[in-house]
Ligand binder design. Structure first.
Ligand code: SAM
Ligand code: SF4
Ligand code: SF4
Length: 365
């Protein structure tokens, strides 16, 4: 594992992974799809709209010293919509999730969503957000065409939230969730990452809080994508631990529907004492039960680089082609070639695993 970085109070250069030469595609079948060598086809695009965020979650960003992209480095509304259109029309993308950094910090998010909602065929449009400001924007976002939303919330206890996010903004997140509900966004999924000794003991209460409000909790195993490189395979909270923590209070039964490439394993939840059915919970075991063999994802960073995997250490620039007058099909060809080089999986358990340079906030989770 890479060593921890020490801040000396100097401005930190932006961390990005290298852009790489495109892989050899001589063995690639002649298909328009975003195929890779392992028989997968990406239909799900994760598009980061910014690397900026108003929280500083410890498992994602450093406390200080992040250098953010400048406005002219970010993809513009027209560039985002054009890239998604290329994905939809040329490459078979049928789902788009906007993420970041914090996507709500882009004032033009509604415009972007409206542009994507007007595409033919129209992709399913979702958003992953920390919900700060959502109380005012959920209505306009829904009107623009937003279909689904995931809100990240690791604790509903003020002190724990502040310890995790380094910001006193729990009330703003809760107002955002209320706003999403008032705007009719349904379902609202809640993503939570558990950190040992910080919020793990709160899990049964967090699940209860979500079930009472008809929010679908998804508990995510922490991955080594933190800027401070504090992730530790030995002490991270695993899916097995999550079951153990929930079992005393709840009976979990696996849902019978096919998982269909979804990262979350879903469970029906019943109160152990009364047997009352309460709803569902999802567990995303990216580390201990990886689902890479079924991965249907391709990613674009906020500055327009393809990352074929969260854990890619090489990227492919599309923005230069976009800004130098390339035709749609030329851009699609570059994207296809990049995807052909996607690795089989994250390789976290291999001896030679190296964490990407980018923290999660600059990748887009
Ligand atoms: N700011 C938005 C938010 O927090 O929802 C969107 C971007 S954030 C990077 C997307 C998701 O990545 C969040 O649900 C967050 O919990 C998750 N995430 C960030 N760092 C992570 C890590 N090291 N391991 C697992 N999930 C992580
Ligand atoms: Fe920001 Fe989301 Fe990362 Fe938290 S997880 S620091 S809200 S980008
Ligand atoms: Fe897909 Fe990479 Fe995530 Fe595996 S680690 S599921 S290959 S994005």
């Amino acid at each position: 594992m890479a060593s921890r970085r020490i801040s000396l109070g100097m401005p930190t250069p932006r961390r990005t992974d290298e852009t790489a030469a495109l892989p050899d595609t001589s063995d690639r079948p002649d298909t328009p799809a975003l195929a890779d060598r392992f028989g997968r086809e990406a239909t799900d695009l994760r598009l980061s709209l910014t690397d900026f965020c108003n929280l500083r979650c410890t498992y994602c960003m450093p406390e200080s010293g992040m250098a953010f992209l400048k406005k002219d480095q970010l993809l513009s509304v027209d560039e985002v919509v054009r890239l998604v259109r290329i994905g939809v029309e040329h490459l078979g993308i049928d789902q788009v999730r906007f993420t970041g950094g914090e996507p709500l910090t882009r004032p033009d998010l509604e415009e972007i969503i409206a542009g994507v909602a007007a595409l033919e065929p129209r992709p399913n449009i979702s958003l992953t957000t920390n919900a700060i400001g959502l109380d005012h924007r959920a209505g306009p976002l829904r009107e623009a065409g937003l279909d689904r939303i995931n809100v990240s919330l690791d604790s509903v206890v003020t002190e724990t939230f502040e310890r995790l996010t380094r910001r006193p903004l729990l009330h703003r997140v809760l107002a955002g969730i209320d706003g999403a509900r008032a705007a009719g966004l349904d379902p609202i999924k809640v993503n939570a990452v558990l950190l040992p000794g910080v919020n793990d003991h709160e899990l049964p209460d967090l699940l209860d809080w979500c079930l009472q409000r008809d929010l679908q909790l998804r508990v995510i195993e922490q991955m080594p994508l933190d800027a401070d490189h504090i992730w530790d395979r030995g002490s991270m909270i695993t899916a097995g631990d999550i079951h153990q923590m929930l079992e005393p209070r709840y009976a979990l039964t696996p849902v019978t529907e096919a998982r269909d490439g979804a990262p979350a394993e879903l469970f029906e939840v019943a109160d152990r004492t009364t047997g009352t059915h309460r709803g569902r919970v999802g567990i995303i075991a990216s580390v201990t039960r990886p689902f890479c063999a079924d991965c249907r994802r391709t990613r674009l960073t906020a500055e327009g680089r393809v990352r074929t995997c969260l854990f890619s250490r090489e990227e492919t620039d599309l923005r230069t082609a976009l800004r130098s007058g390339a035709e749609d099909e030329e851009i699609a060809t570059i994207w296809r070639a990049a995807q052909w080089g996607k690795k089989a999986g994250h390789g976290m358990d291999r001896e030679d695993f190296v964490q990407p340079e980018r923290p999660m906030s600059a990748i887009g989770g």
